[in-house]
Design a binder for this molecule. Structure first.
Ligand code: PLP
Length: 240
């Protein structure tokens, strides 16, 4: 695992070098879904402190066990589709929910965050490729959803996330990453009227979560601030 992590970091740095970016501006999230706690600890001891999971039950189990040993030093990311009835289990445990794609889900996160007296950081997931199987809001729905979400006081909208199509030629996804970045800039610089603006600080709208094992370098070149790498760190997944 040590070599894999070193390689991923080197490739991120190379992508930064090509585009004049600072590697410190990119957070590497190790996607640990299906992988045992022992591997998460191994990665943690090699300097990884952000982990992504897509199932609530798996996330909370790993969280509970590792929290006892490492406390808040490990940050958890909910990256997969989130059902509303599961929000209550993670809202005060995760650093970031990457997969908000409806106002109903936003309301539930706001409500549960309020109960726990926290502010929950979220990303809006956008289906930039238009693939039917992908979750996420359609591009046309993004601004209306954003305008509603920023009015919820226990949510902080930190940016955008996308899952690009599965391709072997990573260049094919460049246009989707570039599109997400453009949407991100449009929102950040938009003149939203004061009524809506009260809960939105453009300076904390600063996260673009895009790129996975097969395409994270292209995503970094196109402006990603978080990449979600599973296989590239932990090896192939064994789905039971
Ligand atoms: C599984 C998963 C990843 C990581 O996939 P790899 O191809 O193994 O890097 C990233 N993002 C999401 C949302 C995932 O579900």
């Amino acid at each position: 695992m040590e070599n894999r992590i070193r390689e991923v970091k080197a490739r991120i740095e190379a992508a930064c070098e090509r585009t004049g970016r600072n590697p410190e501006d990119i957070t590497l999230i190790a996607v640990s879904k299906t992988k045992p706690i022992s591997m998460i600890e191994e990665a943690y001891n090699l300097g990884i402190d952000n982990f992504g999971e897509n199932k609530v039950q798996e996330l909370t189990k790993k969280y509970d066990e590792l929290y006892e040993r490492y406390g808040n030093a490990i940050k958890w990311h909910q990256i997969g589709h989130l059902q509303r009835n599961k929000v209550k289990y993670i809202v005060d445990k995760v650093a970031l929910i990457h997969s908000v794609d409806s106002l109903r889900l936003g309301h539930m996160i706001n409500q549960e965050a309020k109960k726990k007296n926290v502010i929950c950081d979220i990303l809006i997931q956008v289906n930039v490729s238009g693939e039917e199987t992908k979750n996420g809001v359609e591009v046309e729905e993004l601004t209306p959803l954003f305008m509603e979400l920023v009015q919820l006081p226990h949510i902080r909208v930190r940016g955008l996330m996308t899952i690009a199509p599965y391709v072997l030629d990573n260049e094919k996804n460049r246009k989707y990453f570039s599109k997400l970045r453009q949407l991100f800039i449009d929102i950040k610089t938009k003149n939203i009227d004061n009524v809506v603006r009260y809960n939105f600080d453009p300076n904390s709208f600063d996260i673009l979560s895009m790129g996975m094992t097969l395409d994270y370098e292209v995503a970094v070149e196109e402006g990603a601030t978080m990449v979600r790498v599973g296989t590239g760190i932990f090896g192939e997944r064994d789905y039971r």
